[in-house]
Design a protein. Structure first.
Length: 422
């Protein structure tokens, strides 16, 4: 057991760090409000993070001063909008260390990015091929592959996980064969918090020439991403989980495969020449961006990347993990609590169930105390089946949360348990 002095030292370190982080909290206007007469405690960051003033202002400024359509007009506003849109693409390029900016495609979000790939690779998948995913995937990394398998006759295979919530790597290695055509894995599980060993997963898949897809929806805001180092074929994430707006997402792809696969949607912008007889497609990235894009969303994601780049990411990580560990320690002292997801390589996501109590009831009661958590299956129903539970309560922490907010969460949970036991 840690000595009293050691604990006191950790507390001082946490307090010092938290003081730094509180300057950042002031940048998030939404957090300063009451819910049901209580201070808002926002612990639903894995669903969507809140937005700093710089992101809100960038979007406002764009609409107030620069808005027009992109890549179409020769007039000044169209040129400005195009420059703003392409500047955002450049920021994303650097954020993930893509070799160049035409490998960055703007989408609606992670879900659309995966659907795009699953639709566009159809011509590369054949009957008897196998597609591998893990047991902890979000529905958006399951259903598009099921549909692809229906279209092509390929088989979807699921890599099993341990009770703690880690991928069983030995099983994975056995499952990769010459039949494996594509491996799609979540980088950081939205339900368990597990950070998967994607480097090893990608390497193994590549040894059998399988296409690799990494769902970075939860990871991109927490883990620095280097797609060249990872050497994956595709990496994807959503703006709204990295302090940016909703309705904008990113698909990074390797150039050769992006050139090989079919467009996802057809129409304006994605063409070079159209006649009634035939159409030739535009170059990357426009081949995959049919129609007027979410220009303000791109400006917003660009501003969110600037915001992340302004942070001390190591400090942020330590702060989030200190909140996680503090909450875990307090939760484990509550009778009847079962933590779902105990990987030794975790992020600041904490899922749990309480004996005999439905997660929705707990979520509803603690909302009365101003506390926002997510309850339910978190779009990972097969994972819920694996743990034989209907859902979990999930608290997910961000840079602007505080240790005293965790105390409020614990007090509210104790109240909920008391009420639900009556
Ligand atoms: N998870 C959550 O509360 P979209 O909705 O397209 O931005 O992201 C989908 C998605 C894909 N993969 C993972 C790992 C995710 O966590 C999510 C979104 C949210 O956990 C909403 S269900």
């Amino acid at each position: 057991m840690a000595s009293f002095l050691a604990i006191a030292k950790i507390d001082v370190m946490n307090a010092k760090r938290e003081k730094e982080m509180m300057k950042i909290r002031e940048e998030f206007p939404i957090l300063d409000q009451k819910i049901n007469g209580e201070d808002l405690v926002y612990l639903d960051n894995a669903a969507s993070t809140q937005k700093p003033r710089t992101v809100i202002n960038a979007i406002k400024n764009y609409y107030e001063n620069d808005h027009s359509n992109v890549h179409r007009g020769v007039h000044t506003l169209s040129v400005r909008a195009t420059e703003a849109y392409e500047r955002a693409r450049q920021k994303v390029t650097e954020f993930v260390n893509s070799p160049n900016k035409h490998q960055i495609i703007f989408t609606k979000g992670t879900t659309e990015s995966i659907n795009l790939i699953a639709s566009s690779v159809t011509n590369l998948i054949e009957k008897n091929d196998e597609i591998l995913i893990t047991a902890m995937e979000h529905h958006s990394n399951i259903v598009p592959w099921q549909e692809l398998c229906k279209r092509t006759g390929a088989t979807l295979k699921v890599i099993p996980i341990s009770e703690d919530g880690d991928i069983l790597m030995d099983k994975y290695r056995e499952m990769v064969t010459n039949k494996t055509k594509l491996v799609s894995v979540v980088h950081l599980s939205n339900t368990l918090g597990t950070i998967n060993p994607i480097e090893k997963i990608i390497n193994k898949a590549k040894s059998h020439s399988a296409i690799t897809v990494i769902d970075g929806a939860q990871a991109a805001g927490h883990i620095p991403i280097d797609v060249q180092k990872l050497d994956c074929d595709f990496y994807l994430f959503s703006g709204h989980k990295i302090y940016g707006p909703t309705g904008i997402g990113v698909l990074y792809g390797k150039e050769d495969i992006l050139n090989k696969i079919d467009p996802y949607q057809y129409g304006g912008e994605m063409i070079l020449k159209v006649t009634f007889d035939e159409t030739t497609y535009n170059d990357l990235p426009h081949k995959f961006e049919a129609g007027t894009p979410n220009i303000a969303g791109a400006v917003g994601i660009g501003a969110s990347i600037d915001f992340i780049n302004s942070l001390d990411r190591d400090l942020c990580h330590k702060h989030e993990m200190s909140l996680h560990d503090y909450a875990m320690d307090k939760l484990e002292r509550i009778d009847g609590i079962r933590i779902i997801g105990r990987s030794s390589n975790k992020s600041a996501i904490l899922s749990f169930v309480i004996d005999g109590m439905h997660p929705h009831d707990i979520g509803t009661i603690i909302n009365q105390k101003g506390i926002a958590v997510r309850t339910g299956h978190h779009c990972t129903m097969p994972l819920m089946d694996f743990y034989e539970i209907p859902g979990t309560v999930r608290a997910s922490f961000s840079i602007y949360n505080t240790h005293s907010e965790i105390d409020k969460l614990i007090d509210a949970l104790k109240l909920a348990i008391k009420m639900l036991k009556q």
